[in-house]
Design a protein. Structure first.
Length: 188
């Protein structure tokens, strides 16, 4: 990936049940591009990832609790999937306010698999073209999004992908969008 993200700080918002590869693959990609990834969570010390919906994965140290996270400290945000992760976070008002803040600040947002559930509850998908795991496509359509079945979709700074099989394309686009910086058409 040719983009240079030196000096960028990227928030990864995740909780217990995050799909491990949807956290680790983009994390490594942004590090390789020169950015500093920061794990933001509703948990205090660490989170446990999942491999699929049933197998426990590794534990990851939380860098910043959501109550202490400020949009102005980050250049962009990544919302990994995982059914349990996304389901828990989409009802956390601190998380939703944090996500909304990136849209208000016109900063890049990237979300994969079940991660767009957070975008629905944050109220930021109406009129946007997005993709996700097909299991939540109806939820996104009901929230006013234009859902399409593609490996990666970019809509004015909002990058979405379907599943772990799309991670190469997702990582490339989230880095490209982060390198571009603010997107004036990024709206709440």
């Amino acid at each position: 990936m040719a983009e240079n993200l030196n000096g960028h700080t990227i928030a990864f918002v995740a909780s217990n049940g995050v799909e491990q590869v949807e956290l680790t693959s983009p994390w490594e990609a942004v590090k390789e591009a020169g950015a500093t990834p920061v794990l933001v969570s509703d948990k205090e010390d660490s989170i446990t990832a999942m491999q699929g919906d049933w197998e426990h994965g590794d534990s990851f140290t939380v860098d910043r609790h959501i109550s202490e996270a400020k949009v102005e400290d980050f250049d962009s945000v990544v919302l990994p999937g995982g059914t349990l992760n996304a389901d828990a976070l989409r009802t956390n008002e601190d998380v939703l306010n944090f996500v909304r803040g990136f849209f208000s600040a016109k900063k890049p947002v990237a979300s994969i698999c079940h991660g767009p559930w957070l975008l629905i509850n944050a109220g930021v998908v109406e009129g946007r073209t997005v993709t996700s795991v097909d299991k939540i496509s109806i939820d996104l359509k009901n929230a006013g999004a234009n859902w399409v079945d593609k490996e990666v979709v970019v809509d004015n700074g909002l990058t979405t992908s379907r599943n772990p099989g799309d991670l190469d394309a997702f990582n490339a686009k989230l880095i490209e969008e982060a390198a571009e910086g603010k997107h004036q058409q990024q709206t709440t």
